[in-house]
Design a protein around this ligand. Structure first.
Ligand code: CUA
Length: 311
């Protein structure tokens, strides 16, 4: 049903993920080497019980038991540690900075617009390729962990603290991000989409996002805007340029431009938007948003028409 993008630490599309994949392959190689040695010695000992005791003991201690594993593991540890300074170095001054807040069970994403004004979006992160990006990570409730396996390592989001992560995408594409720390009921549905594009496409997107919501043009969408207001949606959701300024739930200013709904749960289609509004808890159990099951059909149609034109 859903065509989810790549979520693999072994298909790297960023510098951090490349280091992690390399380390994984070297670690696997080292582990395989030690395993072969230990099993080889065990088989040798079983098949040659008459082998001289002293010779066998020497083989076990020098070979499989101590020296080789110590050398192999020390080499792997040094190799892993040698990667740390680069992974931990912050992005250079003036790099694009993105703030991401973990909220049960979605992601508040904030950029600075072309003229320095903050722009909020949700559950979707767009990035330019081939440049370092500094993430500042926050939590608004419990510990979450921010992870885009294709781009780099994961970093916890801790209430009351700011944590940091530098990512450097090296390939354009769509990738999947996840919450990697159990954070309650809908943890498994706390995902997000990442779109890496060339710098010009990214700048265009950022400029579009910084604009306030467009005024609805069709009668249906105008009616939907009234439903949004009358049903109190604006108490939780903000739509810049309108009276809706709620901060509890995701900002919906450009909802229509997003790939997916419900923290990367459903493709952003009209049918799924209807499902999300009316069957919220069947789609995503434990979600904080109340379901509007009893919304009359004409109001639902109008509301969906309004939301989907927020591009
Ligand atoms: Cu947030 Cu798990």
């Amino acid at each position: 049903m859903n065509s989810f993008p790549t979520q693999s630490a072994l298909d790297p599309a960023g510098q951090g993920a490349e280091s992690i994949a390399q380390l994984f392959y070297w670690m696997s190689g080292g582990a395989a080497l030690i395993w072969c040695l230990v099993i080889g010695l065990a088989v040798y000992a079983i098949r040659r019980p008459q082998a001289h005791h002293y010779r066998l003991t020497r083989l076990l201690v020098i070979g499989g038991g101590a020296v080789v594993p110590t050398v192999v593991l020390t080499c792997l540890l040094s190799y892993g540690l040698s990667m740390m300074p680069e992974l931990q170095r912050p992005a250079p001054e003036g790099s694009l900075t993105v703030h991401v807040h973990g909220v049960r069970w979605w992601w508040r994403v904030e950029y600075l617009g072309p003229s320095g004004q903050p722009i909020a979006t949700a559950n979707e992160i767009r990035l330019p390729v081939d440049q370092p990006i500094e993430f500042k990570l926050f939590s608004e409730d419990v510990i979450h962990s921010f992870w885009i396996p294709s781009l780099g390592g994961k970093v916890d989001m801790i209430p009351g603290r700011t944590t940091r992560l530098k990512l450097h995408p090296t390939r354009v594409g769509q990738f999947r991000g996840v919450c990697a720390e159990y954070c309650g009921g809908a943890h498994a549905q706390m995902n997000f989409d990442v779109v890496v594009s060339d710098a010009a496409t990214f700048e265009r997107w950022l400029a579009d996002q910084s604009a306030p919501a467009s005024e609805p043009e069709t009668d249906l969408a105008v009616a939907g805007k009234a439903v949004f207001s009358q049903r109190g949606c604006g108490a939780c959701h903000a739509i810049r340029g309108t009276a809706a300024d709620g901060l509890v739930g995701p900002d919906l200013t450009h909802l229509g431009s997003r790939l997916r709904l419900g923290a990367s749960l459903l493709d952003n289609t009209r049918q799924n938007l209807r499902r999300w509004i009316t069957q919220t808890h069947q789609v995503k159990p434990k979600v904080e948003m109340p379901a509007f099951e009893a919304l009359p059909e004409d109001e639902l149609t109008a509301l969906v028409a309004y939301l989907e034109q927020l591009k």
